[in-house]
Design a protein around this ligand. Structure first.
Ligand code: NAD
Ligand code: MG
Length: 417
């Protein structure tokens, strides 16, 4: 069969091509799947653990990590009988140790300890830390040569080729968690790469799909955090409202699937039921549909080539009645095109875009800039970075992290105050 992954060692389809014999017959796992969740207290992390809790005996939780919420981390570690719990911020170590006293669960703190947790032997590591902070732990997870269930899209956006090479070296298998990419993975199936004409990712359009620029300029963080269809962490919810999320996802898709940048498109689909459309040379369009709930793509990433039952509401097309699609409006939502341009620019441009966006989103949530300023700040950072020769080529993770740091510093100089 033709692998759908892009690079030599890539990626999404290694699960079914490992033996070169196509999709393997489902086999009931004899032993529980040893699972680590990086970013366990987040939206994807808790959805993952929700599934784990629904399938007793199927998973064995190795390590759980979080950044600052030690109470919640301890609760999850106890509930799922984890062997190790790691908190990123050292200041919360005392609380974590206190909550885990007498449980037999090991506690640790700090960024290096999170990386070490990612290296604890596991069959699958759910990489669900938000932002570029997830890069080093996700790279560490990939060293095991087992399965990386990738929610942290920033890893592919900022360090795509380097990450794929890294996976190739260890033989690790990459399963996409992002719903659109999970949809594309399924829709492509065993299709030969040369037969794929286009991959279309859908975007809900966010809460301001129909708002004019004047209203957009006055959007508050509370309004932007109210996503119409999906329940997600704060950063990705804001990215969904600006359409930056879809831009990051186009870059993610470029690295996951064997297509050129011009074969990737985004279409607005307000119902968020169709997650991806794969258009083929014979005129067929393969789509993946499901109720907008991350537990469906998470289940696939954990269980493939098996399936895992979820309580996600089943689709009733008669009740739904209509599924609508429209072109994105680039003048009101410029972030989407901007991200696509960084993909064409190449080198560290996507890493600079991502870092600038993380800083701008935080500034918006802190009410330091307006909603429309998010995209204009990122655009200004890209322009200045280009002018200063900061956009170049990086062939190591350290190089990417350095470019990310430069971009953050530059973006902060562009913010008011
Ligand atoms: P979230 O904000 O809800 O959770 C983030 C997790 O990362 C938390 O556990 C937090 O403690 C941890 N974390 C944050 N900063 C950290 C740091 N510096 N060091 C270590 N840990 C840190 O985020 P989320 O919505 O679950 O998203 C996680 C990732 O999954 C993101 O990359 C996002 O783009 C991607 N994703 C999320 C969804 C979704 O529905 N939420 C869908 C698709 C993709
Ligand atoms: Mg998505």
């Amino acid at each position: 069969m033709a692998p759908a992954g892009r690079a030599s060692g890539a990626a999404a389809h290694r699960a079914e091509t490992a033996d070169g014999a196509g999709v393997q017959a489902p086999v009931k796992a004899a032993a529980p799947l040893r699972l680590t969740v990086l970013g366990a207290t987040g939206s994807v992390g808790t959805s993952t653990l929700d599934l784990v809790g629904r399938h007793p005996g199927r998973f064995e939780v190795v390590a759980l990590t979080a950044n600052g919420n030690a109470e919640r981390l301890a609760e999850l570690a106890i509930a799922h009988r984890a062997k190790l719990a790691v908190i990123g911020e050292d200041t919360h170590y005392g609380t974590l140790r206190e909550r885990l006293a007498g449980t037999g669960i090991r506690a640790a703190a700090g960024a290096a300890a999170i990386e070490a947790a990612a290296r604890e032997p596991a069959d699958c590591i759910m990489a669900a830390i938000v932002g570029a902070a997830g890069l080093r732990p996700t790279f560490a997870a990939a060293e095991q040569g087992t399965r990386v269930a990738l929610a942290n899209k920033e890893c592919l956006v900022s360090a795509g080729e380097i990450f794929l090479t890294h996976l190739g070296r260890s033989g690790a298998e990459l399963m996409p968690v992002d719903s659109e990419h999970s949809g594309a993975f399924q829709a492509i199936g065993r299709t030969a790469a040369r037969s794929i004409e286009k991959i279309v990712l859908t975007a809900s359009g966010g809460p301001f799909r129909t708002w004019d620029k004047e209203r957009l300029a006055r959007v508050s963080p509370e309004e932007a955090l109210r996503h119409p269809n999906w329940s997600m962490g704060a950063k990705i919810t804001i990215d969904s409202a600006t359409l930056m999320n879809k831009g990051l996802e186009l870059i993610e898709a470029f690295h996951l699937f064997p297509v050129a940048a011009h074969q990737l498109e985004a279409v607005v689909h307000p119902q968020s039921v169709v997650h991806c459309l794969v258009m083929l040379e014979d005129g067929s369009v393969m789509a993946q549909l499901s109720h907008p709930d991350m537990r469906t793509p998470i289940a696939l990433a954990l269980a493939w080539p098996e399936r895992l039952a979820t309580p996600v509401p089943r689709l009733d097309l008669v009740t739904l009645q209509s599924l609508t699609f429209e072109a994105p409006d680039h003048s009101r939502f410029p972030a989407l095109k901007m991200a696509g341009e960084t993909l064409k620019r190449g080198g560290t441009a996507p890493a600079v875009l991502n870092a600038a966006n993380e800083v701008a989103v935080t500034a918006f949530l802190e009410r330091r800039i307006g909603f429309l300023d998010i995209a204009s700040t990122v655009a200004a950072c890209l322009e200045k970075a280009e002018g200063k020769g900061l956009i170049g080529y990086a062939d190591t993770l350290d190089g990417v992290i350095a470019a990310d740091g430069e971009a953050r510093r530059l973006t902060r100089t562009l913010l008011p105050g």
